[in-house]
Design a protein around this ligand. Sequence first.
Ligand code: 5RP
Length: 219
Amino acid sequence: MTQDELKKAVGWAALEYVKPDTIVGVGTGSTAAHFIDALGTIKDKIKGTVSSSEASTEKLKSLGIPVFDCNDVDALDVYVDGADEINGQMQMIKGGGAALTREKIIAAVAKKFICIIDTSKQVDVLGKFPLPVEVIPMARAHAARELVKLGGTPVYRENVVTDNGNDILDVHNFSIVDPIELENQINGIAGVVTVGLFANRGANVVLVGTENGVKILAE
Ligand code: 5RP
């Protein structure tokens, strides 16, 4: 199977976690796009969605799936999204698609984070995938200096502006042995909007697309 076929399998498997008459949190990326296609087939059974990016909003709307403002929603039963890396504690690196801030907000609102991945995303130690950090543009140089002090090598993601009008620094060379500590430290840097470490709030269920079918990992 190709990587995209594995992504499709988990995107569709995530439908099992969507309850009727609820509002569904929707992630961003190629795996989440398969989930959106799947959601389109049950759009009359759900109230609608909250979306983590302009790209996902556009796709949801093109399929006739209602998209609500996050501020108008009290609670979400599930948030379904992919990840760039995930460890055995279900802590993740996200933000390869630059949508990390909205993704983190929706993950915070949702009762359950359903992470949909193929096997290539599973790691023992997070950090091989460069860690995305969204920064206010005027803080880019300051945040980069602070990230170097933490042992990383930040690289400005050129020609990318986030949906929130900010910049992304991709931090290389981290071997993240204490993800919660590093998430808290980076969140403490002035000008950082969000770090793409989802450690304080990890996934609750992980659906892994494998050659032998979809494997379910749960807390
Ligand atoms: C976007 C993300 C995505 O979930 C992550 O990049 C995985 O993407 P894909 O499903 O395309 O492999 O965090 O900001």
